[in-house]
Design a protein around this ligand. Sequence first.
Ligand code: NAD
Length: 257
Amino acid sequence: MTKKVAFVTGSGQGIGKSIAVRLAKDGFAVAIANRTLSKGEAVAKEINDNGGEAIAVQVDVSQRDQVFNAIDETVEKLGGLDVVVNNAGVGPTTPIDTITPEQFNTVYNINVASVIWGIQAARDKFKELGHGGKIINATSQAGVVGNPNLTLYSSTKFAIRGITQSSARDLAEEGITVNAFAPGIVKTPMMMDIAHQVAQNNNKDDDWGMQQFAKNIAVKRLAEPEEIAAGVAFLAESDSNYMTGQTLILDGGMQFH
Ligand SMILES: NC(=O)c1ccc[n+]([C@@H]2O[C@H](COP(=O)([O-])OP(=O)(O)OC[C@H]3O[C@@H](n4cnc5c(N)ncnc54)[C@H](O)[C@@H]3O)[C@@H](O)[C@H]2O)c1
């Protein structure tokens, strides 16, 4: 039997890497789609060395043509496409008075436009292959409730929930589900950077910065990337077939809806 194929953006490190490793363990062949090819190659090697199947694909997700090319390359090399995880993103700390038009364009292109390109490319490819599929987008707890100092980031992640809901309606008849996952505070390089910057803005140390995020978590600890990957694995499997347009919140109980 041929393996199902998953394409995961931003999987050279952090949450994306954990998603790729988990999906490979679950039996998917995985495309590690990252901007820095060497990082993607390292993750692909780790998966292949452990008995899984993975390739590295270079992509800047903010560039529409690169996203389409990366999906084409994935299907050529892995023989199919079943799941697309639009995970790549950036999380700059942006006190409201500091945001510039240039920064706005950069962050919106990486966090928002990329997801639209990923959905378009996935939809075209599923159609060409003659079957439906699953599209999974990264939002954040900061895309459900506005977070201080994160106007730009929070607003991009709110947009992801809108895109997820609209495209779920548009694509349901084609057998495509579109869902989002909203991590809370996860131990990744991105989160360490945010905590560091929030601490610096307040003349405090990094521990204080991290505590600002940890203190409101019901389970009183930060998430491991593998705990987010477990939720994404559910969204990638047939067990979630009756779920579309939703945001799966994986935040240890920071907020309840
Ligand atoms: N870490 C957290 O606590 C947290 C919380 C909520 C949501 N998220 C979201 O989860 C996703 C992954 O976050 P993370 O913490 O693992 O981040 P990270 O910074 O550790 O990793 C992000 C990855 O995306 C890649 N990337 C960035 N820009 C890219 C581009 N233009 N093209 C291709 N790849 C690009 C980077 O190379 C990196 O491998 C992001 O969308 C983030 O917003 C993270």
